[in-house]
Design a protein around this ligand. Structure first.
Ligand code: AMP
Ligand code: ZN
Length: 142
């Protein structure tokens, strides 16, 4: 038996509050919601993080994201919606089966606080940022 908790949810050996399932994805309510309607969308094929997707698996997975977003929009009528996902423990990943968080937003006091996300725009000059882009582009084209 797999030790992955999200694989066990897909198999049905751990209960979940499912909202959607098809051949490629499974969507369910987060057990520790940060706002009302917090949902996780996961691929049925076990991948640990964004780096592990093939293009085909990613296409099958992300094609479902608007369907889930629209279901939450229609049901909860939130003022906004954050999509978030963490790769690696330093980024906040605690379950190592890829998952995309859907976090409906109601107002600034809805309990989900992104205010610590502060720009460091003065740490790099525009030329340095251009150089970073050039280097990344070169490695992507290699
Ligand atoms: P992350 O920190 O991005 O890895 O998020 C993991 C998420 O999985 C957290 O928001 C948890 O509340 C959620 N979670 C963990 N176990 C379960 C479970 N059995 N059912 C639903 N959500 C879960
Ligand atoms: Zn898994």
């Amino acid at each position: 038996m797999t030790s992955c908790i999200f694989c066990q949810i897909i198999e049905g050996s751990i209960p979940s509050a499912k909202i959607y399932e098809d051949e490629h994805v499974y969507a369910f309510m987060d057990i520790m919601p940060v706002t009302k309607g917090h949902v996780l969308l996961i691929p049925k094929k076990h991948v640990e993080n964004i780096y592990d997707f093939t293009e085909e698996d990613a296409a099958n997975f992300f094609a479902r994201a608007p369907k889930v977003a629209n279901a939450l929009k229609d049901y909860f009528k939130p003022a906004g919606l954050n999509l978030l996902q963490n790769n690696g423990a330093p980024a906040g990943q605690t379950v190592f089966h890829y998952h995309l968080h859907f976090i409906p937003r109601y107002d600034e006091t809805d309990g989900f606080d992104l205010s610590t996300w502060q720009t460091k725009q003065n740490e790099w000059t525009p030329d340095q940022i251009q150089e970073l882009a050039t280097n990344i582009r070169t490695s992507l084209e290699a």
